[in-house]
Design a protein around this ligand. Structure first.
Ligand code: NDP
Length: 342
């Protein structure tokens, strides 16, 4: 069984030489009632947070890390869709499609506690269940509706807006009746947001020198909701432009993942006087709204109200480059790797 591992811990931007393909012997059978399950991996998700698990942690950081740290050489677990090839768990049968935590490998050998459920594709391609109807979709849905608590007509700003979570937040916000502006890292992405996804406006943050002034230009009346995917200067600039009682959902701070010295320092006087709520969240806390998320999103998909934006590489060996690309802004939409056909 071939799988991707890190060679050593990664601090800063990841590079291809940080990764290797390793191999373990694999027997495609399990003992009955052993609870062990073997899954053939079909699609795996490529997520920015994985970098935070690949760092060299001090013991204090380890204790506060929200995801389990990875050791060099270790199999890397990741969200994805697969097919059961052997099962010692009566809840799963050979041939079942499953979604949940599998691995960046050809097969996932799962023992003990694992996070997996049977997948009914609902007539949609399997890849939709990694992104749109999977982890990213739920992150966007829960983050926007539960954390930002939008009202019709409010001004919404989304960063990394061409990314997996960001594009969906923008689409949900627009469908809900908000005024939506996104930022992204290239002219092509800005055009995509405005022309293909119907954002009311968008800008390339790499062309801007004074982000506070930029946001003032796009939001002369102020921002009601900032959906933060990047942190640092963008968060500071957004806080400076929030309206009173504005809400900031801290979904991710990708610009800080590669730079240990970079941390947002929003003006807390602004936060106080404008009574701004800044709230972090993790998608794992929101599975209680999963069925509501699926039914709403499936309705939007069936009526064609929402577009599915995917960026799929093929083959296990393409995982390192796919992952590195997240930090260079290579992807448009949900980045994933197709490992095998059903
Ligand atoms: P994306 O598909 O958005 O990919 C990452 C994007 O971030 C890149 O395409 C790039 O686009 C942008 N980016 C990379 N580096 C920087 C930088 N230094 N400054 C600004 N932008 C940068 O990833 P996801 O949609 O999967 O994730 C988005 C965010 O949400 C991440 O921070 C992630 O960790 C977080 N997240 C949080 C979850 C939660 O439970 N809270 C769950 C899932 C994701 P560009 O061209 O615009 O620079």
């Amino acid at each position: 069984n071939n799988y991707i591992a890190i060679k050593s811990h990664i601090d800063g931007n990841p590079k291809e030489s940080d990764f290797e393909i390793k191999s373990d012997p694999l027997v495609l059978s399990v003992e009955p009632n052993s609870n062990e399950i073997i899954v053939k991996n079909l699609y795996v998700s490529i997520d920015p947070y994985q970098l935070n698990r690949m760092k060299s942690f001090s013991s204090s950081q380890k204790a506060s890390s929200y995801a389990v740290a990875l050791a060099p050489g270790q199999v890397i677990d990741a969200y994805g869709v697969g097919k059961v090839v052997a099962s010692g768990n009566p809840e799963f049968e050979k041939g079942d499609l499953v979604v949940g935590l599998i691995t960046w490998g050809e097969y996932s050998v799962l023992k003990g506690e694992y996070m997996l459920r049977k997948l009914d594709p609902l007539g949609f391609p399997l890849s939709y269940h990694v992104g749109m109807l999977g982890f990213s979709g739920l992150t966007a849905y829960a983050g926007f509706f539960e954390i930002c608590k939008p009202k019709k007509g409010e001004n919404v700003f989304v960063s990394a807006a061409c990314g997996s979570v960001g594009n969906l937040v923008g689409q949900f916000a627009k469908l809900f009746g908000c005024h939506v502006v996104g930022c992204a890292g290239s002219k092509k992405k800005v055009a995509f947001l405005k022309e293909k996804l119907g954002f009311h406006d968008a800008f390339n943050y790499k062309e801007e020198t004074d982000l506070k002034a930029t946001l003032k230009r796009y939001f002369p009346d102020g921002i009601d909701i900032y959906f933060d995917n990047v942190g640092a200067e963008m968060l500071e600039a957004a806080v400076a432009n929030m309206k009173i009682f504005g809400r900031v959902a801290v979904c991710g701070v990708i610009s800080e993942y590669t730079d240990a010295g970079k941390r947002a320092a929003p003006d807390m006087m602004d936060v106080m006087y404008k009574r701004i709520t800044i709230r972090g969240f993790l998608v794992g806390d929101h599975f209680n709204i999963h069925s509501d998320f699926i039914s709403t999103t499936v309705d939007h998909l069936q009526t064609g109200n929402i577009q599915v934006i995917e960026d799929i590489s093929t083959g296990l060996e393409s995982i390192p480059l796919a992952f590195i690309g997240l930090f260079r802004g290579d992807n448009i939409g949900k980045k994933m790797v197709k490992i095998a056909d059903e």
